[in-house]
Write a protein that binds this ligand. Sequence first.
Ligand SMILES: Cc1cc2nc3c(=O)[nH]c(=O)nc-3n(C[C@H](O)[C@H](O)[C@H](O)COP(=O)(O)OP(=O)(O)OC[C@H]3O[C@@H](n4cnc5c(N)ncnc54)[C@H](O)[C@@H]3O)c2cc1C
Length: 254
Amino acid sequence: MKIVVLMKVVPDTETRFQINSDANDVVWDPSIEWIIGPYDEYAVEEAIRIKEKHGGTVISVTIGKGIEEKSIRKIMAMGVDEGILVNNASVNGSDPVSIAKAIAEVVKPLQADIILAGKTATDSNDAFVGPAVAELLSIPVITEVSGLDVNADGLIATRDAAGRKERFESKFPVLITADKGLNEPRYPKIPDIMKAKKKKLETLDSISSPITNNVSLLKVEFPAQKEGGNKITGTPDELVAQLVSGLTTKEKVI
Ligand SMILES: Cc1cc2nc3c(=O)[nH]c(=O)nc-3n(C[C@H](O)[C@H](O)[C@H](O)COP(=O)(O)OP(=O)(O)OC[C@H]3O[C@@H](n4cnc5c(N)ncnc54)[C@H](O)[C@@H]3O)c2cc1C
């Protein structure tokens, strides 16, 4: 079975960003720690579990800007067999459509049975790239998957919808976007970290699909600080009176 996993490197989710002096981007401080996208970790773990159960190869694909090798070696230590890294400085400020097209160009010749991606990249949060790659490859997509059963020629995926669970069936090839709960990603073992250094990582400096910035980032601002809540005290009748007064005069919702 050929399994491809899409992996984007993102700033650590604990990063406290500052806005730059032109207010049109955050400050890309060199001290920012870059990590494997949290949802991509679920995708990677699931790809490895499918390989361990059914045999085959797991290949990772990353469109990056030159800081991704450490994370690719980490997923190789988890069990990914090979990696493809497209390095392109234009990734900074690029639009998600061009990223999806670049990924589709790299993934198409691999003829994968299953492509796994994260449901969203925790920095830009477009939740777009996975479904867009499926569309560009003309294959089905099942998004936000939290359970997966793979068989010889297809799979059954579980998805949490509002207040219910849904199960979908698809034949191969299919693209899955991984949600929390799909699995518990493993920690790489030290011997596997050593072996990962020797795994094949193909680095491409150019591909035909251009990385573009057709959508420009104009302004970045932090959300307005929420005002602290008011604590009300008194008898039940006084509490009701204060609540009704607050909702009519202050919040103006009734
Ligand atoms: C200031 C600035 C800096 C930027 N820096 C980067 C950067 O360093 N790297 C970058 O890729 N884009 C960068 N971008 C571009 C922007 O983040 C893209 O739109 C983005 O790659 C795709 O959207 P998303 O990250 O919201 O992906 P989503 O659609 O939320 O991603 C869903 C999933 O698609 C896969 N995926 C997404 N992007 C990639 C990728 N590049 N390689 C492999 N799999 C991927 C992952 O599995 C991910 O979980 C930058 C944009 C700006 C404005």
